[in-house]
Ligand binder design. Structure first.
Ligand code: ATP
Length: 287
């Protein structure tokens, strides 16, 4: 836990990550300084190869920097062992990848329940929690399928459910909707938005500018450096707009339906999603 409320949840000081050797050596991250406060929803953008995934991997303790400091909740984590990194990940960090990395020999339910094993939760409770989150992703009827029996979009949703089952306080998402149709993308983004409203810190890499409307801060990277860092203050336009539907059923009714796929039979007509702009007014200010 943080020492006090002003301690950033993540602080990077002159963080550098190099790849290659000799003439081929280059900085994927070049002396990056970054403070992330608890409860921020950060979108990281930038051209291909600018270092977005490398940054996310270092923050997620999947990779180590070559120089600089990384403080998580005010404590340096660079010198911790890989085992300690794994423990921190399992307790605090949920990671959503563009490629879903499901385990083919485990059922959908077992895949989603897997992260709870490291928390020492009993099998029945693990499967109950996994089942509950799968239902929110419309995958309740696929619990006993094997991953290879699912469509790409369904596999992606299972992978996201697995990342969220631990209720991590920090969620890292690398192009989380990159392989999803528009309907599933909305469901996932609203899910991330709900997690943000409940106080979680979300860091999302995306190439899609429209997804930055969910973020409270947009960071643009270039050549391993932070090129711009913009905070977006979301201000509710009026009292009525406070009633953002947190109930999933209400949300789904507002989502524009996508073309039905083979796996998803056509649904009854649904109401069109209310434009976000009517509910909120955004002020953009450079930080
Ligand atoms: N394992 C690796 N070995 C060598 N170079 C790497 C490795 N991983 C990344 N790089 C290089 O580091 C730089 C940053 O890569 P990174 O994947 O972080 O960029 P990115 O902004 O996420 O790109 P994209 O949007 O295409 O995913 C690139 O030049 C890339 O080629």
């Amino acid at each position: 836990m943080p020492k006090n409320s002003t301690t950033p949840v993540i602080e990077l000081r002159a963080l550098t990550k190099r790849y290659g050797i000799g003439d081929a050596e280059h900085n994927a991250l070049d002396t990056v300084n970054l403070r992330i406060d608890r409860g921020e929803f950060i979108a990281i953008m930038g051209p291909s190869g600018c270092g977005k995934t490398t940054l996310l991997n270092v923050i997620g303790l999947l990779d180590r920097a070559d120089a600089g400091d990384y403080l998580l909740d005010g404590k340096p984590v660079d010198s911790l062992s890989s085992k300690q990194h794994a423990r921190i990940r399992s307790q605090q960090i949920g990671i959503v990848f563009q490629s879903f990395n499901l385990i083919n020999r485990l059922s959908v339910l077992e895949n989603v329940a897997l992260p709870l094993t490291y928390k020492g939760i009993g099998r029945t409770k693990r499967l109950e929690a996994a089942s509950a989150i799968l239902k929110t992703f419309h995958l309740g009827e696929r619990e006993y399928y094997m991953p290879w029996q699912l469509s790409g979009g369904q596999m992606q949703r299972v992978a996201i459910a697995r990342a969220l089952v631990n209720q991590p306080s920090i969620i890292l998402a690398d192009e989380p909707t990159g392989n999803l149709d528009s309907r599933s993308s909305h469901v996932i983004m609203e899910e991330l938005s709900d997690l943000h409203k409940r106080g979680n810190t979300i860091i999302m890499v995306t190439h899609n500018p429209s997804l930055t409307s969910y973020a409270s801060r947009v960071i643009k990277m270039l050549d391993g450096k932070i090129a711009s860092d913009i905070k977006i203050k979301v201000q509710l336009a009026d009292e009525e707009s406070v009633s953002i539907p947190l109930n999933r059923k209400a949300r789904e009714e507002q989502i524009v339906p996508a073309e039905p796929t083979q796996d998803d039979p056509p649904k009854k007509a649904t109401r069109k999603r209310k434009p976000r702009k009517s509910a909120t007014k955004k002020k953009v200010k450079a930080s």
